[in-house]
Design a binder for this molecule. Structure first.
Ligand code: ATP
Length: 508
């Protein structure tokens, strides 16, 4: 069994193609040409996404005694977003290309001066990618060649457009046209989607689609404390849709305009060791990612430098994932002090405090916030699971198989039930029977069409960990089936009780 190494660009293409072909992810409103930054999840995608959510909810909420779950509304009082700072500051720097009408996020548009023998002869630009530096270097070499300038080219020093000086702007080529002169200076762009509530469309009716779920937990903090019998330290968790008018949605579902978040606010005493708690949550998140099948080798951490943190932030660490298009943020774990609760106390006039029995005083708790996107985990899971291999077919020849090595916890189909032959009622009846019992607890699939080898391949491609084949031995001997494992492709006999025990152990 050989794994065919994939070029990262091709790998992404192959994953997007598989996602479409097998009904995981579709472009939203495709028959109308699609709408940029919005996606639909097909039958298998909806299952996979639900499994990711359910695993998180089970591990984060149900299996812990210190965390409760809530579900808050998407549209909240507009003052929430004033208090949280989103109205004033939830902005990204934006650069327009006046000729192509394209928009770029300034921090994702890189440029470099082309310097020959110490003299700047022009500029090159490139959009952020896994190879931005190399792209700019070869663009600079090309630029020098085209201008027929002799001399020593200094290695390029990439900067992004948030660092550009006013004099440089007219000289930097637009990535859309390749020509300088059309890019604007960076300006702030608020990413919240606005809407109006009620019949009037004026300033008084403006509301926002939430850009994060976190504020729901802060705004309901008092409600939960007063009704939930919670004691510090405790957490409030939520899963739900968030909306951001991203300037450049890209990399498939990595950055979209409508997405789903799983966030948890872990409230701690103001004197608690926040750094220790922060570290514990980073470790918890890494371990959880492992439990749904993301390999440690693809994970790393990025600590936001102190000077780039918001004034109230004590520290933020991102768990990074090695996507085919580069190492990118998967999960942010932020120590936010008591900024959010204090802000809501200030703007609403309602204190957001807890009574400290020992010290006999009231205080506003601090918070550690692990925040992750469901869609981003979904993509990470597909990237880590996708493989193309050369395997031996039944006749001993070599054939290619595409396989998704999804962890059984999140695989959309856990078991495929396959009667060996379609036209033998004794086989299909027994297969239907076991299928009926399995489906009361698990997502299973019944398939009687086509050669058994082809049926296995179909399941490999959608990540089904196990196939059970009902053959003549099943009905003539001890009732056991052939269990075929997706990853090893090995087959062994298994009884019905053993099959349920296997599922019970692996699917939790
Ligand atoms: P970025 O810097 O990439 O825009 P962020 O740091 O603003 O992201 P957070 O506000 O910390 O992101 O959001 C928490 C998590 O929500 C992210 O780690 C990511 O998993 C997910 N997320 C954020 N924005 C998007 C998006 N546009 N599409 C999909 N997932 C997103």
């Amino acid at each position: 069994m050989a794994n065919t190494e994939q070029d990262p660009g091709n790998l992404m293409e192959a994953i997007v193609a598989l996602a479409k072909r097998r009904g995981f992810v579709f472009q939203s409103s495709e028959i109308y040409g699609g709408i940029n930054g919005f996606f639909d999840y097909g039958p298998l995608g909806a299952e996979l996404k639900k499994n990711i959510r359910d695993c998180w909810w089970d591990d984060m909420v149900r299996r812990r005694e210190d965390i409760v779950g809530i579900e808050t509304s998407i549209i909240m009082h507009p003052k929430v977003w004033e208090a949280s700072g989103h109205v004033a500051g939830f902005t990204d720097p934006l650069v327009d290309c006046k000729v192509s009408k394209q928009r770029f996020r300034a921090d994702q548009l890189f440029f470099a001066a082309v310097i020959v023998d110490g003299k700047t002869i022009g500029y090159v630009s490139a959009l952020e990618s896994a190879a931005t530096g190399a792209e700019l270097q070869s663009a600079a070499e090309e630029f020098k060649r085209k201008k027929a300038v002799q001399g020593q080219l200094t290695p390029v020093q990439p900067r992004d457009m948030t660092e550009v000086t006013p004099d440089e702007i007219p000289l930097i080529p637009s990535p859309a046209t390749g020509e300088p002169g059309s890019l604007t200076a960076p300006r702030s762009f608020n990413m919240m989607f606005q809407t109006n509530v009620g019949a009037m469309t004026d300033a008084s009716s403006v509301a926002y689609l939430r850009p994060e779920t976190a504020q729901g937990m802060f705004v309901d903090f008092k409600n939960v404390v007063d009704t939930g019998r919670v004691k510090l330290p405790f957490g409030i968790a939520q899963i739900g849709k968030s909306f951001r008018n991203e300037i450049t949605p890209r990399n498939f579902i990595f950055r979209s305009r409508e997405f789903e978040q799983m966030e948890m606010e872990y409230f701690i005493h103001e004197d608690a060791d926040w750094a220790k708690c922060h570290r514990e949550w980073i470790d918890w998140c890494r371990q959880w990612l492992g439990s749904i099948g993301l390999p440690e080798s693809h994970l790393s951490e990025y600590n936001h430098p102190k000077e780039k943190l918001a004034f109230y932030s004590k520290g933020t660490t991102d768990i990074m994932f090695r996507f085919p298009f580069g190492v990118q943020e998967l999960w942010g774990i932020a120590a936010r002090g008591n900024y959010d609760l204090s802000q809501h106390a200030k703007v609403s006039g309602v204190p957001q405090e807890i009574f400290d029995e020992a010290a006999k005083k009231r205080f506003t708790p601090h918070v550690i916030e692990p925040a992750v996107g469901v869609d981003r985990i979904f993509l990470a899971v597909l990237c880590a699971a996708y493989a193309e291999e050369e395997v031996r077919d039944e006749k001993g020849g070599v054939e290619k198989r595409t396989v998704l090595r999804l962890n059984p916890r999140i695989a959309p189909v856990k078991v495929a039930v396959l009667p060996l032959l379609k036209n033998k009622p004794e086989l299909t009846a027994r297969a239907r029977e076991i299928h009926g019992r399995l489906k009361r607890k698990y997502a299973v699939f019944y398939d009687e069409g086509g050669a058994i080898g082809r049926r296995y391949r179909r399941q490999d491609e959608i990540g089904t960990p196990w196939c059970v084949t009902i053959d003549f031995d099943t009905i003539e001997k001890d009732g056991s089936f052939t269990l075929r494992e997706r990853d090893s492709m090995q087959q062994r006999r298994i009884s019905e009780a053993e099959l349920f025990a296997l599922l019970d152990e692996k699917v939790y």
